[in-house]
Design a protein around this ligand. Structure first.
Ligand code: HEM
Length: 129
């Protein structure tokens, strides 16, 4: 399970969040509008923190669970109301950028990332209302 944590350390060292948002913005025309008023430098830090929290949640951390629930409410129908299909795009961009930047990328690591983030996203959707 720790492979994704090691991978995330390598990704952060290589400017992951910067490349991620660059790619997310061109992945779907709804995205630029959603982030129109956002301080992206701050958002990049928040994203890295959020992903770390979701990895912690997958490892049974209570703090990780609190963060996941907060993210669920923030993105859910009573908050930003993000369309569910955008999460699939988000995850695809995540895996593409991670595969591009992590020098130790393997199909097994891609599967581990997909499983851990996918499970967190499914839980965020359940908790979002
Ligand atoms: C599991 C996937 C996701 C994670 C980990 C994540 C993480 C975060 C975090 C940490 C924040 C900042 C929360 C705060 O202000 O405290 C945030 C805000 C935001 N997220 Fe996400 N997010 C995810 C999915 C998405 C998706 C799919 C979209 C839409 C394409 C999206 C759009 C936004 C927007 C528009 C904001 C508000 C930006 C602002 O404050 O101006 N997020 N997200």
């Amino acid at each position: 399970m720790d492979t994704t944590l090691d991978s995330f350390r390598r990704l952060r060292e290589r400017g992951f969040a910067h490349r991620f948002y660059e790619q997310l913005f061109v992945a779907d025309r709804r995205v630029p509008r959603l982030f129109a008023g956002t301080d992206l430098a701050r958002q990049r830090d928040l994203l890295e923190h959020g992903i770390s929290m979701l990895l912690a949640y997958q490892r049974g951390s209570a703090l990780g669970e609190i963060a996941m629930r907060r993210l669920a409410l923030l993105h859910g129908p009573r908050g930003l109301d993000i369309d569910h299909d955008l999460y699939a795009i988000w995850l695809r961009v995540f895996l593409d950028v991670a595969g591009e930047l992590d020098p130790e990328w393997t199909p097994e690591l891609a599967a581990a990332w997909h499983a851990q983030l996918g499970a967190s996203i499914a839980e965020m959707h359940r908790r979002g209302t």
